[in-house]
Design a binder for this molecule. Structure first.
Ligand SMILES: C[S@@+](CC[C@H](N)C(=O)[O-])C[C@H]1O[C@@H](n2cnc3c(N)ncnc32)[C@H](O)[C@@H]1O
Length: 295
């Protein structure tokens, strides 16, 4: 298991987009993976790309990147950023990931990236099967329950914290649901549906021929499963003493994993090498905006 010491990685600024999206841990972790992957000569699909920051990172080394999101507001920000940076090898499209025809028309990809997405769809089995038909290699990041034997049990946790049945999955309301920063943050942080274990995701992708996988780790620093379980359950039990109302909850964490058909994995470099691959335009933007200085 490779541990990514993300504490050493500068945060992405988010300010590179015309929309003011402050840096968040979600972006930091996924940004690390975006620069760590060796994408030379590859065609990449970024599903649920939001404002496209990771797509733009990946476009630094990939041949071509297509970013898809069903919110018009974010797709337009992503497009403006690509224009601003004069990136010709990245395209942003508005589209629903559950629309089979729309996705199939995009053709085949060397890698499909779906970060912060799986736990948001109400039917992860269909969504995953569809994603599997587009590529031989998937990079997934999702919210997962921290439970023992997660690799061998196929369960999905319906997080009671996510009271809403993901407004982002209702296309018509996708934009209206996220008016204003507060709402947006609320929805981004609290919406969710099924949170599958790695065992559940494996069971689904195996049916589609993806027999191999690699776990990169949990949380901001890509820590190992046992470290994550220890710290998550430790703090959960501690909170339980103070709050009985959370007794029906279990801890969840973010997991990064790659699933692939034999010999089709994308190689991922060591973080020390990845750090040097942060695009110069983002470092310049961090300097200029004076934010995101957490190192
Ligand atoms: C939590 S954000 C993750 C953004 C980005 N991938 C990241 O890692 O920071 C999830 C994104 O998926 C998009 N999304 C959710 N359901 C979708 C769907 N059915 N079709 C297209 N995009 C969807 C949302 O609009 C949102 O921008």
């Amino acid at each position: 298991m490779e541990i990514f010491p993300l504490g050493q990685l500068r945060t992405v600024s988010g300010e590179v987009t015309p929309g003011n999206r402050v840096s968040r841990t979600l972006r930091i972790r996924n940004a690390a993976m975006a620069v760590a992957m060796d994408l030379k000569g590859k065609r990449v699909l970024d599903l649920g790309c939001a404002e496209g920051l990771h797509s733009l990172y990946m476009a630094e080394s990939a041949d071509e990147v297509v970013g898809v999101d069903h919110r018009e507001s974010v797709v337009s920000i992503a497009g403006k950023s690509a224009e601003m940076l004069e990136k010709k090898n990245v395209t942003f499209l508005r589209g629903d990931i559950r629309n089979t025809n729309f996705l199939k028309e995009l053709g085949r990809f060397d890698l499909v990236v779906a970060w912060g997405f799986l736990h948001r769809v109400s039917d992860p089995i269909s969504a995953l099967s569809l994603i599997c038909s587009l590529s031989d290699c998937l990079s997934l990041e999702w919210r997962t329950p921290i439970v023992p034997f997660a690799k061998s049990i196929s369960i999905a946790y319906h997080n009671p914290v996510a009271e809403k049945l993901d407004p982002m999955n209702i296309e018509e309301s996708a934009d209206s649901a996220v008016t204003g920063t507060d709402d947006e943050n609320k929805i981004e942080s609290s919406s969710g549906f099924w949170e599958p274990t790695i065992g559940a995701v494996r069971a689904i992708v195996r049916r589609n021929g993806f027999y191999d996988y690699k776990i990169f780790g949990y949380g901001d620093r890509f820590t190992s499963g046992s470290v994550t379980a220890f710290s998550k359950w430790g703090s959960h039990l501690y909170r339980l003493i103070a709050r009985r109302d959370i007794s029906h909850q279990i801890p969840v964490g973010r997991l990064h994993a790659m699933f692939f058909k034999k010999g089709k994995a994308v190689s991922v470099s060591k973080p020390s090498q990845a750090i040097s691959k942060i695009p110069a335009w983002d470092l310049a933007m961090i300097e200029k905006c004076g934010i995101g200085k957490r190192i």
